[in-house]
Design a protein around this ligand. Structure first.
Ligand code: AMP
Length: 212
């Protein structure tokens, strides 16, 4: 299965990708996670991406495309993948087409997670991730609980952190950028007969069931 999860920040792409990974056993490829890792490791790519990320703008296409080309070439991506947060604009969508054509691995579907903008802001305010294993939680909708409260990396309770770009000013810019640059991809993929729209306002489990 080769799919793109499309949706505004806070629409649940990361959470639903993680659940699909567990269910289908194919990798989640999140350009946001890869970029945050590069920033944390202090690589040249991270250094170049950081300013755009901190201000809520898109990182330059050439940087993101180089990164995604490399990631899609790794052996685990041959069985399929879930693209989370990529493509983010039409230029990236065209580049992805060319890349997948060369790999002879066309997309099966593009799933758009549809969520009202007031709900997006509410969800982003509650979003936390574990500093050790990276798992995403939401204090309001899906807090750590039961066996899932223990971090598989450390064996201790998850160390919950808020992303630096989840502050109010940056979130407003990220939502604006989504409307301007990413939303046009909905029509792009609809015209290719690949688009499936899911009402993602429901509880996490219900949205997962709709994805099945
Ligand atoms: P995300 O975790 O998907 O919300 O991404 C966090 C930030 O990383 C975004 O606000 C952008 O600055 C950057 N980013 C992630 N994916 C992309 C992409 N495909 N193209 C450009 N910038 C990206």
């Amino acid at each position: 299965m080769r799919i793109v999860l499309l949706g505004a920040p806070g629409s649940g792409k990361g959470t639903q990708s993680q659940r699909l990974v567990e269910r289908v056993g194919i990798p989640q490829i999140s350009t946001g996670d890869l970029l945050r890792e590069a920033v944390a490791r202090g690589t040249e790519l991270g250094r170049q991406a950081k300013e755009a990320m901190d201000s809520g703008r898109l990182v330059e296409d050439s940087l993101v495309l180089g990164m995604i080309r490399e990631r899609l070439g790794e052996p685990d991506a041959r069985r399929g993948f879930i693209l989370d947060g990529f493509p983010r604009n039409l230029a990236q969508a065209h580049a992805l087409d060319r890349l997948l054509e060369a790999l002879k691995q066309p997309l099966d579907a593009v799933v758009q997670l549809e969520v009202d903008s007031r709900e997006l802001v509410r969800r982003i305010a509650g979003r936390r991730s574990c500093a050790d294993c990276g798992r995403v939680f939401n204090l309001l909708t899906s807090p750590p609980s039961g066996a899932g409260a223990v971090c598989p990396r450390t064996g201790a309770p998850h160390r919950l952190m808020q992303r630096p770009d989840d502050n109010e000013a940056t979130v407003a810019e990220r939502l604006r950028v989504y409307d301007e640059k990413t939303r046009p991809l909905i029509d792009f993929y609809r015209a290719r007969g690949l688009l499936q729209v899911i009402d993602a306002e429901a509880a996490v489990d219900e949205v997962t069931a709709r994805l099945a």
